[in-house]
Design a binder for this molecule. Structure first.
Ligand SMILES: Cc1ncc(COP(=O)(O)O)c(C=O)c1O
Length: 384
């Protein structure tokens, strides 16, 4: 048996001692309040069947992409998907990446240049932070959703107009479910000739008249330099895209390393994303059911008098902060014992002391399930 490096053992031991060791869970048959499958698209039969038909119609009998998109992997379903995205989101260009993680590390590491300044919300996703860390830009975080804090930082730190300034946020925060005042951020960015970047991972498929996202719903897409959408959440598939100008797309094809140096998505994966977009265009009922459930959940927490436990959110992600790893894990376990899957979010994913229970709502949750879940939370919270 090869020896395992001591430093790594110590880090694992440290995680164990903090009761924060990550382990791969087994799948379960509990009622789903933890997946990102917000509108049930991962199990949608129409999407599944249409994806197969699309492959058949295009005579695709190929399991893998066979290479990176710049070599042999750019099968023609890619251009069909990118054109679908352009029409659906009303943007000039789209570039599909293998995942949201890849899109963010590729985008930020390639776009941000030495001397540039990037201001990002302190709670942005790890993939954005990693991308920024891979760049040579000067990076500053502003307080979560606080535009005044951003303005003060900008006033203090932006001293010349020579370098570019980028402002980065998410339209729905993955660990909070809340949203910034996007219009105010967009206006501030436009007024100052900065560049605005918004990750819409948890808004696509949920907001907008057809699920285009929050920027579209607010009518401010034109003020954005780049918008990141992902397909692994409400779309029920896998992959992501950066939306923006043709010039930006050309730039990323040339410089985004997580795009260049990796095998493309299989034809089947791309066909599934195209079918998911077609399903978004075809029907609104799943989205409407989800929005109804979000509103029901919010009414219920008011009725049970537990709204103050929750971070304010209009999205499918609803979180209640339960400080302390042991506390939040214990509460999650009690709720699971009653038949509901919920996810305790621990530090270091969130700051220590701000551990939380994250409830993901779906079109397929019944009102009764939501009600019983919250009654269980309330009972165990008070007994805990
Ligand atoms: C805001 C945000 N951006 C990007 C990602 C990464 O997307 P993917 O799961 O497609 O890698 C996630 C995933 O959790 C996310 O929440």
């Amino acid at each position: 048996m090869p020896i395992f490096p001591k430093k790594l053992s110590r880090k694992l031991e440290n995680r164990k001692q903090k009761n924060a060791l990550r382990i791969l869970p087994n799948s379960n048959n509990l009622i789903d309040f933890y997946s990102n499958d917000y509108i049930g698209f991962s199990k949608n039969k129409v999407i599944f069947e249409n994806a197969s038909q699309l492959l058949f119609a295009n005579n695709f009998k190929q399991n893998g992409a066979t290479g990176s998109r710049l070599i042999s992997g750019n099968h023609n379903l890619y251009s069909q998907l990118e054109n679908t995205i352009i029409d659906f989101h009303h943007v000039e260009a789209a570039l599909v990446f293998n995942s949201g993680y890849d899109a963010n590390i590729g985008f930020f590491s390639a776009v941000l240049q030495r001397g540039d300044l990037v201001f990002y919300d302190e709670y942005v996703h790890a993939s954005i932070r990693d991308g920024i860390a891979m760049s040579n830009a000067k990076a500053y975080k502003f307080k979560h959703n606080e535009i005044e804090d951003l303005k003060q930082l900008v006033e203090r730190l932006v001293v010349s107009t020579e370098n570019e300034v980028y402002i980065v946020t998410e339209s729905v925060f993955s660990m909070d479910g809340d949203s910034p005042n996007l219009k105010a951020f967009a206006d501030f960015t436009t007024d100052n000739n900065f560049h605005f970047i918004v990750d819409e991972a948890h808004a696509i498929g949920v907001f907008g008249d057809k699920g285009q996202g929050l920027l579209h719903e607010l009518g401010i897409q034109d003020q954005v330099f780049a918008q990141i959408v992902t397909f692994g959440k409400a779309m029920g598939c896998h992959g992501a895209a950066v939306l923006g100008s043709i010039q930006l797309k050309n730039y990323l094809v040339n410089f985004a390393r997580s795009f260049i140096y990796t095998t493309g998505l299989s034809p089947h994966a791309v066909a599934t994303i195209i079918s998911a977009y077609q399903e978004l265009l075809r029907q609104n009922k799943n989205r409407e059911k989800l929005l109804e459930n979000i509103s029901f959940f919010k009414n219920q927490i008011e009725e049970l008098n537990i709204a103050s436990l929750f971070i304010k959110s209009e999205a499918a992600i609803q979180c209640s902060v339960i400080s302390g790893i042991d506390n939040v894990k214990k509460l999650a376990l009690k709720i699971e014992e009653k038949g509901y899957s919920v996810k305790p979010i621990l530090s270091p994913t969130v700051p220590s002391g701000q551990e939380r229970l994250r409830f993901c709502l779906h079109s397929y949750n019944s009102k009764e399930e939501i009600k019983n879940l919250l009654v269980t939370l309330n009972k165990n919270y008070n007994n805990g």
